[in-house]
Ligand binder design. Structure first.
Ligand code: SF4
Length: 262
């Protein structure tokens, strides 16, 4: 592992605040592309170690406590357990999801910070004459997730996410490392090349805590009003915003990246 870290960092420039400028130069983007291409053949642990080496303590990770997030937290606990991890606590999460936070804290000593929107669910629904998740889920996600992540990103230079390329066509273009224009951060996706089978293989092998709803027909879990069980043969994200054109909450939309797929 140490040898791999050294090899991966051989061409890594010393981390500086200018690594995450608000308007990145073409040179900066090219450097990210080069790192991303080189990390294509790295393991998730090597990618996380690279991100920690380069950006910690200005590195954060967003998790919805999905299986991928739990796997990354498990890896982080061995690489740099002081890495900041947060959850977008919309107020609409399942109780099982909230309880998983406590199980992770007990297992790893990692306290995931819960980032809440400016309004409670009650205030928000009163403001809009009822819940927005049915009539305008894009606005609801924007207010209760995207805006909160923007605020949570302040002070960091890079963030990690647990997206996998094989989850959806939207995510198929995700780079291992990319510039996330929407949040003004470098985005690192250590599991971009992993499959669902690899994620669950590690969860079983290492007895990693996971959301019990996954055993009850929910392969992908978001807020309870926008998540249903999937049927046999359906895509793993078919239960998210089912019956609507919406497939993403807006955090990982490719059109919002620099467009190059890095
Ligand atoms: Fe609102 Fe549903 Fe988005 Fe959660 S997933 S923020 S409830 S629209």
């Amino acid at each position: 592992m140490e040898a791999a870290r050294m090899q991966l960092n051989m061409v890594t420039l010393p981390p500086t605040r200018s690594d995450s400028p608000e308007a990145p130069s073409a040179e900066f983007l090219e450097e990210l592309r080069a790192h991303s291409a080189r990390l294509e053949s790295a393991t998730p642990e090597e990618i996380i170690a690279w991100a920690v080496e380069r950006y910690f303590p200005d590195l954060t990770m967003a998790t919805a406590f999905g299986p991928e997030g739990c796997v990354i937290i498990h890896m982080l606990s061995k690489i740099e357990p002081q890495t900041h991890v947060f959850n977008l606590d919309t107020g609409y999460q399942f109780q099982e999801t909230l309880e998983l936070r406590e199980r992770i804290a007990q297992r790893y000593g990692i306290e995931v910070e819960m980032k809440q929107p400016a309004t409670t669910v009650e205030q928000y629904e009163r403001l809009h004459g009822g819940p927005l998740y049915n009539v305008n889920p894009d606005q609801c996600c924007f207010d209760r997730k995207v805006t909160v992540l923007r605020q949570a990103a302040v002070g960091f230079r890079a963030w990690m996410s647990g997206i996998r390329r094989d989850q959806s066509s939207d995510r198929a273009r995700a780079g291992i490392v990319s510039w996330d224009k929407k949040f003004g951060l470098v985005k690192v996706s250590p599991l971009a090349n992993w499959t669902k089978k690899e994620v669950w293989g590690l969860i079983v092998k290492e007895n990693i805590p996971y959301n019990p709803l996954h055993d009850q027909g929910f392969p992908s879990i978001g807020c309870w009003p926008c998540t249903r069980k999937v049927l046999d043969g359906e895509d793993e994200r078919a239960g998210r915003w089912a019956g609507k054109a919406k497939t993403e909450c807006g955090l990982h939309t490719p059109a919002e990246s620099d467009g190059s797929g890095i």
